[in-house]
Design a protein around this ligand. Sequence first.
Ligand code: UD1
Ligand code: UDP
Length: 377
Amino acid sequence: MKVLFFFGTRPEAVKMAPLIKEFQKYQGEFDVRICVSAQHREMLDQVLSFFDIKPHYDLNIMKSQQTLFEITAATLSGIREVLQDERPDWLLVQGDTTTTFVGALAAFYEKIKVCHLEAGLRSFHKYSPFPEEMNRVLTSHIADIHLVPTERAKRNLLRESISEERIHLVGNTVIDALFLGTEKVEHLLPDDFSGAFDSINFSDRVILVTGHRRESFGKPFMNICHALRTIADTKEVSVVYPVHLNPHVRKPVFEILAGVPNIHLIEPLDYPSFIWLMNRSYFILTDSGGVQEEAPSLGKPVLVMRDVTERTEGIDAGTAKLVGTDPERIVEAASLLLDHREEYERMAKAVNPYGDGKSSERIRNIFLNTVGLKKPE
Ligand code: UD1
Ligand code: UDP
């Protein structure tokens, strides 16, 4: 069975990597092919390098400040040729990026079956997250097989009349990746990370921050930065922020936060360093999807700087809280965690609502036993 893995950004790479590794172990059964759009460049390469994945095709589409139109057009024409040359039995796409949706669309045009990993997430808000919510909905209605992380994701698809026999509950491969990464770094000390953490005072409590959502560009992002500044000015903490390479993120972040002594603006970390830092942090402030999924597994409270989330399982489990982008709300929620031990303990529970680390194995079995026999929907 020829399976073509197609992805383009950091989070897709993290979540595809364990599955690629698993399929590559069964070379008699699977002809594994890999194509990256490289919608991200440096941040994608960091993940490929850690997992030692060498793509057969690299569309290399990334441009500085790329628009959705540019990503869509370049990816669609690039993947077309690869699909025509390879004619895989299956195209595997992951998640909700523009690479994901365009990959599915191209496979549909070529009448190639599509398997969607991390299917069924919904915020039910067309523009939030933007464009990810619509990318997911559209991908679901093209895909032939839907690999869902949770029961809730499965229910979402059933409500959209997707047939149950094509939905497989497998958990999220992000936890497989997290376990692979944790194994490599749990014994390491700050000095083992070749200078990445040199400026950070680890005797303070560390607040780890990430942020990049398109719907927050402009004022909401500035609000987030002002909130971080207030927290850093009023509490004895080290705020550590590996800043996403998107210029729409970097401009406000560096303008508002550079030079604050206990705010450390660092470059995006490679995956194992980031896992180590998550583990070492007191709590996490983020708008990232993947980080919302990883943190509960590590017992780290997460304040989600968004108005809505499609990852509601962490909220229900009590380890994540939606705080939006209003500075007062962010500062209040952070202060509660810093000043009230009980509140902190209540949130700092290690739970695994998104997976158990065995998703890749399950998916491999599904492919070996059932998926290969399915006709396009
Ligand atoms: C993309 C995805 C988003 C995902 C996020 C993960 C879309 C529309 N957006 O958003 O769903 O959550 O990735 O991080 O699919 N850049 C670099 N080097 C890199 C990566 C980005 O310089 O390695 C800069 C470039 O200027 C690029 C810009 O960031 O044009 C934006 O990248 P893009 O992929 O369009 O958007 P993200 O915000 O990264
Ligand atoms: N991550 C990383 N280095 C960083 C920040 C994040 O390796 O400096 C990892 C993180 O562990 C998670 C993924 O990148 O697995 C999340 O990516 P991102 O937040 O860019 O995208 P999202 O998940 O929001 O789509």
